[in-house]
Each structure stands twice: as C-alpha cells, then as structure tokens.
Design a protein around this ligand. Sequence first.
Ligand SMILES: NC(=O)c1ccc[n+]([C@@H]2O[C@H](COP(=O)([O-])OP(=O)(O)OC[C@H]3O[C@@H](n4cnc5c(N)ncnc54)[C@H](O)[C@@H]3O)[C@@H](O)[C@H]2O)c1
Ligand SMILES: [Zn+2]
Length: 347
Amino acid sequence: MERVHIKASGEYDVLIGPGLLARVGEMAARAVKPCKAAVITDDTVAGLYGNAVQHSLRAAGFSPCLWAFPHGEQHKTMDTLAQALEWLCAMEISRSDLVVALGGGVPGDLAGFAAAVFGRGMRFVQVPTTLLAAVDSSVGGKTAVDLRGGKNMAGAFHQPEMVICDTDVMAALPDELIRDGSAEMLKYGILDDPALFEAMRSGAWKNEMEKTIARCVAIKRDYVMADERDMGRRQFLNLGHTFGHAVEKCSGFVLTHGQGVAIGLVMAARAAGMDAVGIESACAACGLPVTSPYPADRLASAALHDKKRRGGKITLVLPEAIGKCRLQTIDIKELPGYFARGTGETP
Ligand SMILES: NC(=O)c1ccc[n+]([C@@H]2O[C@H](COP(=O)([O-])OP(=O)(O)OC[C@H]3O[C@@H](n4cnc5c(N)ncnc54)[C@H](O)[C@@H]3O)[C@@H](O)[C@H]2O)c1
Ligand SMILES: [Zn+2]
C-alpha cells in the first residue's frame, strides 16, 4: 500500500492499494472513532460497491447507512445537495458523525460539500471509484455543486479525514473511465514529471497502478499544500483546462472532461510555441483525441465565460517542455490569438 500524507488546513493520508474497499472501515477507524457513517454515492456505484463498503464499516464498529442519487453530472446540483442534507437529518446524523463520499468526482464533490455545510461542517472520508477521482477530485479539499450559471459555482474548501483508493477498483474500470483519468495523469506528467509522462505514453503505468496513482496524488499534494485556496500556484493544475473546458462546452458536453483536457493539453503546448508531437502521441496512446472539432473563434468565446477569468485578465498555463510549465496572465483580448495558435489556425 502507498501512503501520501497531506498537510493543508486539515492533515490526512491518501491510502492507495489493492483490496482497500473491503477495508474502508478498518482504514477510516485509524482517523475517526467509530460512529454513524453516512455513505453518499450514486446509483451505479451503490450497486457495485455499496454493500461491500457498508459491510466493512460495520465490521469496524461504525453504524453505516447509505443514500444514492442518480449518476451523472446533471445531478451535481443544489437540489441533490438539499436532498442529501435532508437525508442526513432524517438519519439523525450529528456533526460528530462521518460522511463517506463513495464514487467518482460527482458523488465526491457533492458529498464533500454536504459534509462541509451539514451542522456547519462535519468530517468525511473520500473513497474514489473512478481514476479521475483517485488522481484528482478526491484530493485537495475542493467540494462543489453546479449552478445553472456554471460548473462548480457553489462549494467549499473542506479537507477529508482520509482518502481510501482501492487499485482493484481502478483496474476493473471500463475503458472510457480509464481514458478520462489518463488525461489528468498526462497533465501531471507535463507539469512536473517526464518519467510519469513516459509511463503514460508507453502504457507501463498500468502495471504499476499503485505507484503511478500515488505519484499523481503527490504532485497534486504539492500544489495544494503551496496554495490550498487556489490563489496562485494551484492554478498550474488548470493546465489544458482553459482550452479543454472550451472544447467540452462547444460539444454540449458530449465530449468528456478527459477528452476535452487531452485536446486542451495539445492546444496549450501549441499556443506556447512548443512542439506538441510528444503530447499528441501520448494522448493518442491513452486513447484520447488530440484535435479540436471546433474552430478557435468559437472556442475562445466559450472560454471567455470561464470562471477562472479575473476581470479583464486570464491566467494560462503554458508548457515549455515536458516537466516544465509556466503561468502567464494575459489580457482577454489576447485570448483568441492563443486559441488560434492552439488549434493550428495560425502558426
Ligand atoms: N474537487 C476537485 O478538485 C475536482 C477535480 C476534478 C474534477 N472534479 C469533478 O469531478 C467530476 C467528474 O468526475 P468523474 O469523471 O469521476 O464523474 P462521475 O462521478 O460522474 O463518474 C463517471 C461515471 O462513472 C460511474 N462510475 C463511478 N465509479 C465506477 C466504477 N468503479 N465502475 C463503473 N462505473 C463507475 C459513475 O456512476 C458515473 O456514471 C466533475 O463533476 C468535476 O467537476 C472535481
Ligand atoms: Zn480536470
């Protein structure tokens, strides 16, 4: 088992290894004295792992109960949050109890937000079941729901007591969920770690899932610890995302987040004037697309509605080489030019 320790406003371990789902209770008991444990998940994950997690919690002395909402980003809403909070009330959960966020990034973000506000804040553990959740959303304490006005527009910074990631669950994921997570892993490689990038490109990472996930979590940890509230260094984690969100948005979210990010990574490299061939081949090797189906002007106008925009400025993350990126704050008037270089419409 790998362990990555995180010290932010809360201090906690991310545990990564095989068979951990059946030991969630035992692991959680290292950080939290047995109490009521309210598992919040989606219907798909409830069907796959709901019983195993509750069984394990019970065996460790917790009193589990479980609530599942319909799967999918369209349910990451204030409505679902309100239902989750009312359910916690109905179950007579108190602020000294525990929320268990079980699932991908959607249940993770929503259950984390519920834990941040229920009783003015209670403890929670993250049990990620998608690769994206394992390497990204379960770590770092950002919780949120979507508003009609934009994704993740209401939320809280609330660090978990522990993150428990079962690599057997990761190995059993459908291809599409592996591909989506791979895009974020490529991002970490481009930001900080040429060896990780190569392991993703060659596919070797699949034989070393435990180590590779731990490496990704450790990279994210370093950005989170330097800038928990996302005012500076944490912005590096947006690599590929300004471009990628625009692609996702133009597709009406038919393209997945991972597909958007992959295209965004290639566009960021081109926009920065870097030779993007290596990133293209790595994305392709991970089964991810590399070319935007949309022209630069449409993408740029979609990006102008990005919440990361501060006033008339926007900060881009631009790769210089694999393992080295820089932040560049530009005037939004310059954005269409970066998009045009990103799609290759201008050299
Ligand atoms: N908090 C953060 O820092 C952060 C970072 C990145 C992304 N996010 C958020 O994460 C969300 C995306 O996460 P996601 O891609 O995990 O979405 P998700 O939770 O919707 O999972 C994707 C799909 O996979 C299913 N699923 C989950 N686990 C499975 C398993 N083991 N086997 C089979 N199917 C499974 C789910 O039911 C769902 O239908 C977005 O809402 C995004 O905003 C948050
Ligand atoms: Zn992302």
